[in-house]
Design a protein around this ligand. Structure first.
Ligand SMILES: Cc1cc2nc3c(=O)[nH]c(=O)nc-3n(C[C@H](O)[C@H](O)[C@H](O)COP(=O)(O)OP(=O)(O)OC[C@H]3O[C@@H](n4cnc5c(N)ncnc54)[C@H](O)[C@@H]3O)c2cc1C
Length: 484
């Protein structure tokens, strides 16, 4: 057994190399704090998908305003920290005729979000990453859409109206309540985030990344923790750290059990699907609201380069699964998913399952866009288990949680909360007198990320998509800047 000891004065162990753990390692490296990150997999950010930034929480009509505000703030800081990961296209929000919700509520919420965005820009002009606050959202009546449907589709849309032209030409206008809303809600690329994290963490001397290392035990000592791990060849290692961050995603409960830290949490297994469509012009993201879990559940259409579209449908036979939402029992912090979903966790789907659910996703969206029923299967599903700390499955925006003096968890529901959570841990460690931080430590920009070359990031992102057997288009910026 090899015993490793880091040499810096304050050593942090991070378990999990998803967006939570990788962001923690990056932020700490930026501040000269040494970390040792354990990742059971062979690469970083190889967990469940990430495609929306969630700047304002507009996908969730019933999300409390406080959570919308904090998602807006967290998304802005994430966009500043990881500029190459953004897909800078707006999102259309539509309420169907049969939905019980009224668009007026959306107008009110978007107006409050715009004011909040303005306040954030007044505090720091660098926060203006979602475009001019005057057009954070635009409203569209049916008459206006009819007018736009007569215009020719622009090659490179710049204004909200230009983005709406291909939509106005093709969606079933009579199926919606008015107005519709075009919001500056951007996409976030898992692959480009993963590429940035991998390149930057490889280069920094402050972070030791142990890929293919599964943590198998934790021992609490007076001044910290011993972390036990096993690599893929069966060799075991022990690492001593002063502070431990549990960022193990949906397996955080296993680590909580190792650490004897009881915790309530929910897990939800979900999947998104990939379709190829003969697309005309650039499209915004399109979200059609609907009651979750019913046949009318929300539809999400996320466009990528080369006619690739990612689809969610919040019904039990598309994105959601029977028995897919579970809570832990008292004896363990780790909730247990039904056997039928266990094999799907590791992305092992049968070809017929893939084809059937993708077809249902295409059909679900084509109720709003009839010509989309000609779309075809374009790859395996993007799927995984979403963790939700506590027992409120509607929670979206989170902070770090602390349990005992030297143990914290980063259990993000949305990727954009990761930066906030590591700030909580840094604040805590500073107050404990364990670390010194410069005055500017909250600045979201991290030089080790900003110094990266965009082309190198895209190249690495494409390689990651290929290795994971996903279409390259998922890794490309959308819309491609050269096209605009
Ligand atoms: C279908 C779907 C769509 C989604 N879409 C979005 C979206 O659009 N936007 C968004 O923000 N979020 C989205 N999410 C949620 C998002 O994917 C998660 O919130 C996020 O990936 C969680 O990141 P994480 O770092 O906490 O966990 P993970 O990415 O799961 O990382 C945890 C890591 O810990 C490692 N690990 C676990 N146990 C051990 C151990 N014992 N030893 C060593 N390593 C270990 C795992 O291998 C894993 O790599 C979606 C989720 C799903 C399921």
């Amino acid at each position: 057994m090899t015993v490793r000891t880091l040499e810096s004065p304050f050593k942090v162990g991070i378990i999990g190399g998803g967006v939570a753990g990788a962001t923690a390692a990056l932020k700490m490296a930026t501040l000269g704090i040494e970390t040792c990150l354990f990742e059971a997999n062979n690469s970083l950010l190889n967990g469940p998908p990430i495609c929306h930034l969630h700047a304002g929480g507009n996908l969730y009509p019933t999300l409390p305003l406080e959570q919308c505000f904090s998602l807006l703030e967290q998304s802005i800081y994430t966009a500043r920290a990881f500029p190459f990961a953004l897909n800078e296209r707006p999102t259309l929000i539509a309420v169907p005729q049969e939905d019980k919700n009224c668009p007026t509520r959306i107008t009110e919420r978007l107006s409050l979000l715009t004011e909040h965005y303005r306040t954030l820009i007044e505090k720091d002009p660098l926060n203006e990453v979602l475009g001019d606050p005057d057009i954070y959202f635009s409203v569209y009546t049916q008459e206006k859409l009819l007018e736009l449907s007569q215009c020719s589709t622009p090659k490179s849309p710049k204004t909200p109206d230009e983005w709406m032209i291909p939509v106005a030409k093709s969606i079933s206008l009579e199926k919606f309540k008015y107005p519709l809303f075009l919001v500056q809600e951007y996409g976030l690329s898992l692959f480009r985030l993963g590429a940035m994290a991998s390149i930057a963490l490889d280069e920094t001397p402050y972070s030791r990344i142990l890929l293919n290392h599964r943590v198998t035990g934790l021992k609490e000592t007076k001044g910290g923790w011993w972390i036990e791990s096993v690599d893929t060849k069966g060799a075991s290692f022990v690492q001593q750290v002063d502070f431990l961050i549990n960022a193990a995603g949906y397996l955080s409960g296993v680590l909580d059990d190792f650490a004897s830290r009881p915790r309530k949490r929910c897990l939800e297994y979900k999947a998104a699907y990939l379709a190829a469509w003969d697309v005309h012009g650039f499209w915004p993201e399109v979200i059609v609201h609907g009651e979750r879990g019913t046949a009318r559940g929300m539809s999400q259409f996320s466009p990528y380069e080369k006619g690739l579209v990612q689809l969610h449908g919040m019904t039990k036979d598309i994105t959601l699964f029977d028995g897919g939402l579970v809570r832990n029992e008292e004896q363990s912090a780790q909730p247990i998913l039904p056997q039928s979903l266990e094999s799907k966790i590791n992305k092992k789907w049968t070809p017929s399952d893939i084809s059937e659910r993708t077809q249902k996703a295409i059909y679900h969206f084509s109720q709003w866009l009839p010509e989309f029923d000609g779309a075809t299967l374009a790859g395996k599903p993007l799927c995984g288990v979403q963790q939700i700390p506590g027992d409120d499955p509607d929670l979206r925006s989170v902070e770090a949680s602390f349990d005992g003096e030297r143990y914290a968890r980063i259990e993000v529901v949305k990727a954009s909360s990761a930066l906030q959570a590591i700030e909580n841990i840094l604040d805590y460690s500073k107050n404990k007198g364990w670390i010194d931080l410069p005055e500017t430590w909250r600045t979201p920009e991290m030089p080790l990320i900003l110094d990266l070359e965009k082309a190198a990031v895209i190249k690495k992102a494409k390689q990651m998509a290929k290795e994971r057997d996903y279409p390259e288009a998922l890794a490309l910026p959308y819309p491609a800047k050269e096209a605009l």
